[in-house]
Design a protein around this ligand. Structure first.
Ligand code: PLP
Length: 399
């Protein structure tokens, strides 16, 4: 049988990362590739106890179909938590989603037509490009520096664009963050131009020494759709995230959600609401932060040891940034080398990473690569960086 595919299906592509993750399943491979949170941070015992309480106190309701908006106490928690961080959110604006990835899919369905101009950072989160692509938009990269999009570039491109998709905190893939002043400029520009912002913030809680400045949604609530996730602060296998939408847009997102999956798993939502009771998250998140801070320091320290500088290697040496939180370091190969060509050599040496070109909407930088420091342990990070350095030497000698 030959199936005639819909036009949008032709726009769907396999995720390069998911393909690379298959390599990392080989024994003894040290993976800087996946964005997988450290399993050591998963609160297994708290989950176990919460599951038992939910089943004994509320078992039948927890296993029944439920409201598409999400479980009330969980929506309340999200609204209170975000309000305590400087946003003004009512629980009626919170839509619980099946991961924030579903939030991206719903936003794309509701806001993007074929041919719509969608603005993204350079580089940006690959999963967002995948979510937008089936809507057949024209995705445009906005010039960005180590603080995110340049306001002048955003201003030039804003006219007539449907939305700008932005990651202000410890961005995937680069680990960079937007300064407070950049946030002001970006939200002012968006408000002046009437440009909707999609603010994706799965990493904001994972800061090392200092909480990031308030969300874009705190400055521009009427025009910002905010996406959050429980994947990085509890566990990704729960598949729970949320969208906070201006009240004018909420009903359409809700209708898209109903069509997509009726509702996110009600059992998981109740378990998470139960786990979050009595300040659990305030005790739990600091443990993740200190673990990731140590792992990041281990990676930066190993890179310094291997290359003899703190990040800026010029054109002849590996360069890297120094993230203040999140899960990723962004690196750049010496001139003349390509990350895609380095990958098979690195895999032979026992280490994997993601070539950065996958994260660009246009004009990919073939020298860039993403290194995740959260999945391997400290000793593995050190030997993984040494293996990376060996593979770079081999690649240089071959070039
Ligand atoms: C920037 C960004 N947005 C969204 C997601 C999706 O997260 P989830 O669907 O697990 O909430 C990820 C996952 O890595 C991400 O990095």
């Amino acid at each position: 049988m030959t199936f005639t595919l819909a036009r949008r299906a032709h726009k769907m592509n396999p995720s390069v990362i998911r393909e690379i993750l298959k390599i990392t399943e080989r024994p003894n491979m040290i993976s800087f590739a996946g964005g997988l949170p450290s399993p050591e941070t998963f609160p297994v015992q708290a989950m176990q106890e919460a599951c038992a309480r939910v089943l004994s106190q509320d078992g039948q309701a927890a296993l029944q179909y439920a409201a598409s908006e999400g479980y009330g106490p969980l929506r309340d928690w999200v609204a209170q938590e975000l309000t305590s961080q400087g946003m003004h959110v009512g629980a009626d604006q919170v839509l619980i989603t099946t991961g924030s990835q579903q939030g991206l899919d719903l936003v794309a369905k509701v806001l993007v037509d074929a041919g719509s101009r969608v603005l993204v950072e350079t580089p940006t989160y690959l999963g967002a490009l995948q979510a937008f692509a089936p809507m057949e938009p024209r995705i445009e990269g906005v010039a960005s520096d180590d603080e995110g999009v340049l306001p002048e570039a955003l201003e030039r491109q804003a006219e007539g664009a449907r939305l700008a998709y932005l990651l202000p905190n410890f961005q995937n893939p680069t680990g960079r963050s937007m300064s407070a002043s950049r946030r002001i400029r970006v939200t002012q520009t968006a408000a002046e131009k009437g440009l909707p912002l999609i603010e994706d913030n799965p990493y904001g809680d994972l800061w090392f020494d200092q909480a990031p400045p308030p969300a874009l949604a705190a400055r521009y609530p009427e025009g910002t759709v905010y996406l959050g996730s429980f994947s990085k602060i509890l566990a990704p296998g729960l598949r729970l995230g949320y969208v906070v939408a201006p009240r004018t847009l909420y009903p359409k997102l809700l209708q898209a959600k109903q069509a997509a999956d009726l509702h996110s798993p009600s059992f998981n939502q109740r378990v998470v609401a139960e786990v979050l009771k009595e300040g659990f998250i305030q005790r739990h998140i600091p443990t993740i932060r200190s673990r990731y801070r140590l792992q990041c320091q281990a990676m930066l320290g190993a890179l310094e040891k291997a290359y003899g500088h703190t990040g800026d290697g010029g054109d002849d040496c590996l360069s890297w940034n120094r993230p203040m939180g999140g899960m990723f370091v962004w690196a750049r190969l010496p001139a003349g080398l390509k990350a895609m060509d380095l990958l098979p050599i690195a895999v032979e040496q026992g280490v994997a990473f993601v070539p950065g070109s996958a994260f660009f909407a246009e004009n990919p930088d073939p020298r860039s690569l993403r290194l995740s420091f959260v999945t391997p342990g400290l000793a593995e990070i050190e030997s993984g960086v040494a293996a990376l350095a060996r593979s770079l030497e081999i690649a240089r000698n071959r070039a």
